[in-house]
Design a protein. Structure first.
Length: 360
């Protein structure tokens, strides 16, 4: 153990990343619905700090970590913060948060007056109970000593674990019923055609006999994937990618067409690829996706370039597109039309898809 202690103290950066890795693994442990999540990193760090106190990294590392944390929070919630200032509900929520912070600060100052607590320790308790590292830095800079860090180190573990434990107990006692939004997405199923009655028919004719809400969005034949078109003629051993509102509906579709063939289309991305785009522009939300306008910008060298699909759920809307090979460039146009440039290219079929005429 002495060797491990010496190693950690001589290699503070190794101790840093080892602590983060172990903390992440510990946070994944779930005991009857209770887990610490990323907060477990703190408790592992407390143990490492006790075991190898000289493994503390350079102060610049802490400053950089704090700057990255503040940046991530600001970028992720900046829009919601300013939107909250312009709505009655948002202003009410901000006022409640302000009152809670002021009350916590008042309690800390009350400890100074009634219990003779050191002011620096009290400010550290205030910062730690709210898990606010910036507040700790401000207190240290104002007082010019490290007394706030003492109170912070005492209160911070309770500030992390306390709310998690409180929510866990509250859910056990109150047992709230959380209704999942219906219609948040569609299911996908790859189906190999085995029904002789369908051989030689077009996809349009095949889809006319499918359950309500089921659409065929892609077809695989002759070892190649391609976007579905109503005029395509199907044959034996063709594989179709069907989307539907539920697994039960797709199971009935599989019985009608043939049998499930998972992975036949998804594992081959050489001809057909997918792009997921989050529809963040208000101008496209609530409107039908114009597949013809997407196809208009396709390269002439790609005869079957894009098949756009979309999915809509309460509170969010997203678009998806499939493109054949790297020659297709119109997926970028879809990204610009649907929303921001945060679109990501995936290596699996979209989690939900509908026909090109589905509402966006």
């Amino acid at each position: 153990m002495e060797y491990v202690k010496t190693l950690l103290e001589q290699q503070p950066l190794m101790a840093l990343f080892l602590t983060i890795a172990i903390g992440y693994l510990v946070g994944e442990i779930n005991i009857k619905g209770f887990s610490l999540g990323v907060g477990a990193v703190l408790f592992v760090a407390l143990f490492i700090g006790w075991f190898a106190p000289k493994s503390v990294p350079a102060p610049m590392v802490g400053t950089l970590g704090l700057a990255l944390f503040l940046y991530a929070v600001g970028v992720q919630y900046g829009k919601q913060f300013f939107l909250g200032l312009t709505s009655a509900a948002g202003r009410r929520a901000n006022m409640m948060a302000l009152i809670g912070v002021l009350l916590a600060g008042a309690v800390s100052l009350l400890f100074v007056k009634t219990m003779g607590l050191n002011l620096g320790h009290a400010l550290g308790l205030f910062a730690g109970s709210g898990t606010s590292t910036p507040t700790l830095q401000a207190a240290i800079a104002t007082l010019g000593n490290d007394d706030p860090a003492v109170g912070y180190s005492v209160a911070y573990p309770f500030g992390v674990a306390g709310p998690i434990l409180f929510l866990y107990v509250a859910f056990m006692v109150l047992k709230p019923k959380i209704e999942m939004p219906a219609g948040g997405g569609l299911e996908l199923l790859e189906i190999a055609l085995r029904n002789p009655d369908l051989y030689g028919k077009t996809l349009g004719e095949v889809m006319s006999g499918l359950p309500a809400g089921v659409q065929i969005v892609a077809l695989r034949r002759a070892h190649h994937n391609e976007p579905a078109s109503p005029n395509m003629v199907v044959a034996e051993d063709d594989v179709v990618l069907a989307s539907g509102p539920s697994k039960e509906t797709l199971a009935a579709t599989a019985k009608r067409l043939g049998e499930p063939a998972p992975g036949r289309i998804a594992k081959d991305r050489s001809d057909l690829d997918y792009l997921r785009v989050f529809a963040s522009r208000p101008a496209v939300v609530g409107r039908r996706s114009a597949i013809s306008s997407f196809r208009a910008s396709r390269p002439r060298s790609s005869p079957r370039c894009v098949a756009a699909t979309s999915t809509s759920s309460p509170g969010r809307t997203s678009c998806s597109s499939s493109a054949t090979g790297s020659a297709c460039s119109s997926t970028a146009a879809i990204s610009r039309r649907c929303g921001s440039s945060s679109a990501t290219r995936s290596r699996a079929p979209p989690s939900s898809a509908t026909s090109p005429s589905a509402s966006v």
